[in-house]
Design a protein around this ligand. Structure first.
Ligand SMILES: Cc1cc2nc3c(=O)[nH]c(=O)nc-3n(C[C@H](O)[C@H](O)[C@H](O)COP(=O)(O)O)c2cc1C
Ligand code: SF4
Length: 516
């Protein structure tokens, strides 16, 4: 019997040499006359172990990593194709603490299955949610999503069921589902990992959304930096269509749903939902004024559900296992799980799916293993480039939308970038303004001009020029951006700036002893 060996095809693993490793395993096995069946899977999300190679044994899958092509002969010498011991062996994958302590709902299949195999998808519970949705009335599908407590995972945390109900209740000859896969936030990769590792899950979620609100066409807007995700989705859509899961009669139910993938051109603002619609329509990515809401008049002026990849990928499980199953995870008004993404100065970066309520300390220390530099962690930016810097004194606040809002922070898409005590927070504040200068769509003045002035004022503060006056000016500028910007690009850039100032005034040359 041939040995079954999994080598990831996820772009993170590929960037670390997974392709060469797969080839080396094939070459070495052939040279030794050993029968191996190499399966290309998604990533398990343990980035410090990538390329993570797994071997199927009667006890379960055994993990080896990080594997380089030159390690392969030694691995065969040791008998890794039978799961034998080796310095790179980590034992059973499922028992690696980083994985074992997670609550993987949305990511249940990622890394386990062959992403493009429909048989594998079906064998792991795939399309159960869609079958259930087909058996329900559209309003009941929307109700299930509402009852699950699912809130948008793209950043704004708006209740998904309410958005769907608006589209369902808006009569139109044509409605759309638009999946936001722009994933521009710093340190984020969960959308990419799911699209590359379990594309049918997103396809299933979008199809359920389409049947629920009466939309027959969906678009996935993928950022240009994700060529692997783009290709994987295209291949998966083709196979799903050929098998009858997409098309004129989804799974023979008599209702249609079609899907297309569109590639962006690399602008952060095209992740903002209305700029994304403009881009999808072939125009320059500029933010639209609201109202009208996209749910009423969105893509090509038609009612449109816009959801993040993670929101849509949570839906199949909600339908398959029931709303109560999903809402049993989490706390307060933050129900279910969030795939957190650990990045920055950490020993163990990667993907950690946990129920809301986990703390930053648990994520950074228990999962992340503390800083990679060995120095104390000073802060983490949570929620992308528009998110606040959370100081170490607040690492024990549970990650929950409301509790984070109460400390002036946001959970957002769950991206976490860690910094040790060598970080200069005045520079980080300047960077936030400079990022806004580069990425502003230019439509409104507080953002377009305010961010340029923001860089200048912070430069003067750093240089020690009339510090008191310039700090007051920065404060007033942040107020104007917060209150007067058309979208959260300008409206939330003050979050990283003001949190840096509030928690790390000494980095701006402020004499905290005198101020006290
Ligand atoms: C500047 C900016 C960038 C954004 N980038 C993204 C993004 O990359 N992906 C995303 O899903 N949402 C992004 N959003 C949020 C979207 O506007 C929108 O809230 C989201 O796509 C709705 O889906 P959800 O309800 O499932 O979260 C961004 C918002 C702003 C203001
Ligand atoms: S806040 Fe910035 S990105 Fe948003 S509409 Fe105004 S100029 Fe454009």
């Amino acid at each position: 019997m041939s040995a079954r060996i999994y080598v990831p095809i996820d772009s993170g693993a590929l960037s670390l040499g997974a392709e060469q490793v797969a080839r080396a395993i094939r070459r070495e096995a052939d040279a030794r006359g050993i029968a191996v069946d190499i399966v290309r899977n998604g990533s398990r999300g343990l980035f410090w172990l990538e390329p993570l190679v797994e071997v199927v044994t009667p006890q379960g899958r055994v993990a080896y990593g990080p594997v380089q092509p030159e390690d392969v002969p030694g691995l065969f010498d040791a008998g890794f194709h039978h799961g034998a011991a080796h310095p790179l062996c980590h034992g059973l994958t499922a028992q690696i603490p980083f994985l074992a302590r997670q609550e993987r709902l949305t990511f249940a299949r990622v890394g386990l299955t062959d992403p493009l195999s429909l048989d594998d998808y079906l064998a792991h519970g795939g399309f159960e949610g869609l079958k259930r949705a087909i058996a329900l009335a559209p309003a009941d599908v929307v109700q299930a999503v509402t009852d699950s407590g699912l809130r948008g995972r793209g950043g704004a945390a708006f209740p998904t069921g309410i958005k769907w109900k608006t589209v369902l209740d808006t009569p139109a000859a044509q409605k759309y589902i638009a999946c936001n896969a722009d994933e521009g936030d710093s340190g984020t990769f969960s959308d990419r990992m799911l699209m590359e590792g379990d594309p049918y899950c997103l396809i299933e979620g979008m199809t359920i959304a389409g049947l629920a609100v009466g939309a027959t066409q969906g678009y996935i807007y993928v950022r240009s930096e994700y060529p692997h995700a783009f290709r994987t989705l295209q291949a998966a859509i083709g196979r799903a269509r050929a098998a009858g899961w997409l098309g004129a009669s989804v799974a023979g139910c008599g209702r249609a749903f079609e899907l297309e993938v569109r590639m962006g051109a690399g602008a952060y603002i095209c992740g903002e939902e209305t700029a994304m619609l403009e881009s999808l329509e072939g125009k320059r990515g500029v933010v639209r004024a609201k109202p009208p809401l996209p749910a009423i008049a969105g893509l090509f002026g038609q009612p449109t559900v816009i959801n993040n990849v993670m929101s849509l990928a949570a839906v199949p499980l909600i339908l398959a296992r029931g709303a109560a199953f999903y809402r049993d995870y989490g706390l307060g008004r933050s129900r279910g799980t969030l795939p957190f993404q650990l990045a920055g100065n950490l020993r163990h970066t990667g993907l950690v799916e946990k129920a809301f309520g986990v703390t930053l300390r648990e994520l950074l220390e228990d999962f992340g293993g503390g800083s990679a530099s060995g120095r104390p962690l000073r802060t983490a930016q949570v929620g992308g480039p528009l998110g606040a810097y959370v100081p170490a004194t607040q690492f024990d606040v549970p990650l929950d939308y409301e509790q984070y809002a109460a400390i002036g922070a946001m959970v957002g898409h769950g991206g976490i970038v860690a910094f040790d005590d060598t970080v200069d927070m005045a520079k980080m504040a300047r960077h936030a303004m400079a990022f806004c200068v580069a990425e502003s769509c230019g439509k409104c003045t507080p953002c377009r001009i305010g961010s340029v002035r923001g860089v200048e004022v912070i430069d003067r503060i750093i240089a020690g020029e009339e510090r008191g006056r310039n700090l007051a000016l920065l404060d007033s500028l942040c107020d104007t951006m917060l209150a007067g910007s058309l979208c959260a690009m300008g409206g939330m850039t003050p979050y990283p700036v003001q949190s840096a100032l509030k928690h790390f005034p000494q980095d701006f040359g402020i004499d905290t002893a005198a101020a006290a």
